[in-house]
Design a protein around this ligand. Sequence first.
Ligand code: C2O
Ligand code: CU
Ligand code: CU
Length: 461
Amino acid sequence: MLDLSRREFLLGSAGTAAAFAVGGVAASHAAAADHALTLANLDHRIMPDAVTKNMMSFSPDGPPPVLRFRQGQKTSVDVTNNLDEASVVHWHGFRIANAMDGVPYLTQYPIEAGQSFRYEFTPPDAGTYWYHPHCNTLEQMARGLTGVMVVEEDEDPGFDHDLPLNIRDFRLGGDRQFTSLFKPRSAARSGTLGTVSTVNWETDPVFELEAGSLVRLRLAITDVTRVGTYDIAGGEARVIAIDSNPLPEPLPATDILLSPGQRADVALRVPDSEDDVVNLVLKRSNGNRVVARFKPKGASAKRDLRELRPLPQNPVKLPDLNNAEVMEFVFGWSPEGDAPQSSLCGTLGYTFWSINRKAWPGDLPGPFDPLATMKLGKSYILRLRNETPNDHPIHLHGVSFQLLRSNKRKLPPLITDTALLQKEETMDVALVADNPGDWAFHCHVIEHQKTGLAGFLRIDG
Ligand code: C2O
Ligand code: CU
Ligand code: CU
């Protein structure tokens, strides 16, 4: 392990890595950070009838904590890695400095076992986000390392309560222990689904909510694979934001299509009567499934959805479509390629997928070439062409983009960081390249990401 690290350090420093931040050094000397996460192995009772062993969390004591930040306010997070393997933490959806983005070898060295790293950033946008490792990503996320983040608006929109929901599956067998985390045959298709649906690490939890109150449900899909459609059944509910960005008009809270990495903020007016339970329903081809329940409690607060102030737009620059340069990206099967090289950040041992006919070789020191280079401040249209019969939620770090059009369907008017590219779909999205750095660009079905469907875009500063 020591030799490998030294070699990777030397390789890295010969390439783009010379300017990496040394968060670990800062963390050991400076005053306490605003937040602290400890990556740890733990055993936890996911199912009521047994303890699941060999889970991973951002705390040794239980499920990943919800991190709360304020829009436009500088903050710091000390990450201590108490796993037996390297890791790194990425803040999904945050448009922050590249050096704090948490991608191994692209923005920093992996945080090795026993080491720590201080992240410092100022979230420019409000909304619902999530955090997860970007090293041995399939295994670490599958074992539990996915947490929700909230960035509070400057002005309070007027809810009585706020309830983050970390929605994901675990792949447990009948003995409630982890089974194989993926199947190669599924990784080459739509991905391996989990076996147990959970919300906040519980199966079918019941949340008691003040009757008649206004609650902001923050749905975050942190699963490694599942694309799902959700309903809020009962109560009065509207979707007010998707992927942290407020919708121009609220939408009904039914048939909410969310892929891994996506979030939906739902304004719920809790029913007045304790008998009127509201369900969060996952719609599946083999039958609907209630994944969480919301139970009204006590005397009605008699609130009304119309009392909420609309969420302010985030300061995302809108692209200049008349002068935007078009860049095409083809998501496809992998050409005959080498088996991936082993890495401190793990490999699944297969290459199945590619972007522009190139399979990402793995989380390695590089340096590698970007898929494309953009000029700081310029507008671009990314033409995303899916030649495969599978869905790919395409995620870009560091910048938000706007959905423009599709050859298959009418697109919702979203500003997002993760777009579900359906099978054989071609979609145009647009952005302003306003954040310099090397930004990871990949499918958020983690088996696809880890078997080739990844790369990065460079914004020249
Ligand atoms: Cu949610 Cu590259 O990550
Ligand atoms: Cu991300
Ligand atoms: Cu994919």
